[in-house]
Design a protein around this ligand. Structure first.
Ligand code: SF4
Length: 343
């Protein structure tokens, strides 16, 4: 007959943790390790316009692991970090250390609201040059206010013991000592857990993309009126006509429609009347005839009318006054002229 120890059965409370879930290999394996220690795991996914991973994949991973998942949207506050990161940028405009501090401090708030004991991630010591070196892991822990409560199960044995380990809420011996860029150990672990469907570890964060970084820098330099304007940077071809006027042209029907729906009420939209060609969004107040003709020229340049040396006519309207349709003749632009204004 099993002897129940009333001390253990009734005094041992449920340990709870918040796990950052990207849907990738590392966070999935880390979650499985923590969950298998009997911890009640609550997943958090950070949705950002320039995110590392995919929300759908994060949800699939959470479903497979049998844990709840909340999605926290990054907003204007995050843009301030991109503008001026305390710990600098990675290869492009990616402020990885500050980005993590921001995300983890929001995870810390969520931890508190749930009455959870700690936050954990799938980070691996030495895996990423900027954000996963020993010193940057420490900066993130300190900056997020999670001192002693940030557990990295995949490399915990290479780091100082955290509070939940010291308090015996989780068994340090069951945590791992993985380091470096190779993912062989995580792949083996995933196989042993029969986890087969996880996305490639390759990035996906547009802030690491040099072309996107150029557009974002231009926008941060010249100003934006709302967050949506920066979201729209991921679509289309971008041009700066001068200090006051910025242009985006869709590259296909999907981008044309996305750009239109993200246009600011004070933007102008320009299109060829038969709609066969790029939609153009012009940002800037009270454009002159010359600016409008240049914009129309960009539409002609990127349409089937490019090699016809006769200027086409383009319709335009102010987003907030779409019934007031006007038209203008395109200015024929050379390759060099287009190149000159390209961002
Ligand atoms: S790559 Fe860096 S900046 Fe981009 S989401 Fe990941 S941590 Fe943040």
């Amino acid at each position: 007959m099993i002897q129940l120890n009333s001390q253990n059965v009734f005094s041992k409370r449920q340990v709870k943790a918040v796990g950052l879930i990207s849907g990738g290999l590392d966070s999935t394996v880390a979650t499985r390790i923590i969950r298998d220690l009997g911890v009640e795991v609550h997943g958090v996914y950070f949705a950002m316009p320039w995110g590392c991973c995919d929300k759908g994949k994060a949800q699939t991973a959470a479903d497979t692991l049998g844990i709840p998942l909340v999605v926290l949207q990054l907003d204007e506050r995050y843009l301030k970090i991109v503008e001026k990161p305390k710990h600098g940028y990675g290869s492009a405009l990616n402020p990885c250390v500050d980005c993590r501090i921001h995300m983890f401090s929001r995870a810390a708030q969520y931890m508190e609201s749930l009455g959870a004991d700690f936050v954990f991630t799938g980070e691996v010591l030495g895996q990423r040059q900027m954000s996963q070196m020993r010193h940057s892991l420490r900066w993130v822990e300190e900056g997020s206010g999670l001192q002693g409560r940030l557990v990295r199960p995949l490399c915990a044995q290479l780091l100082d013991p955290t509070i939940p380990e010291q308090q015996g809420l989780i068994d340090r011996d069951k945590l791992l000592n993985i380091s470096g860029r190779s993912r062989q150990e995580q792949i083996k672990l995933a196989e042993s857990f029969e986890i087969h469907d996880y996305p490639n570890p390759a990035g996906g964060c547009l802030l690491t993309d040099k072309n996107f970084a150029r557009r974002m820098k231009d926008t941060l330099k010249h100003g934006y009126r709302n967050f949506r304007e920066t979201v729209a940077l991921k679509w289309g071809r971008h041009f700066r006509i001068d200090e006051n006027f910025k242009v985006t042209l869709g590259r296909d029907a999907e981008e044309n429609s996305a750009l239109k729906s993200y246009a600011h009420p004070d933007d102008h939209i320009m299109e060829i009347p038969d709609k066969i060609g790029p939609t153009l969004v012009l940002k800037g107040y009270n454009p002159s005839e010359e600016i409008l003709a240049t914009c129309a020229g960009l539409i002609q340049y990127f349409s089937k009318h490019k090699n016809i040396m006769t200027p086409i006519s383009v319709e335009y309207w102010l987003v907030k006054d779409k019934n007031n349709l006007r038209s203008i003749q395109a200015r024929i632009l050379s390759d060099a002229a287009v190149q000159k204004v390209s961002i």
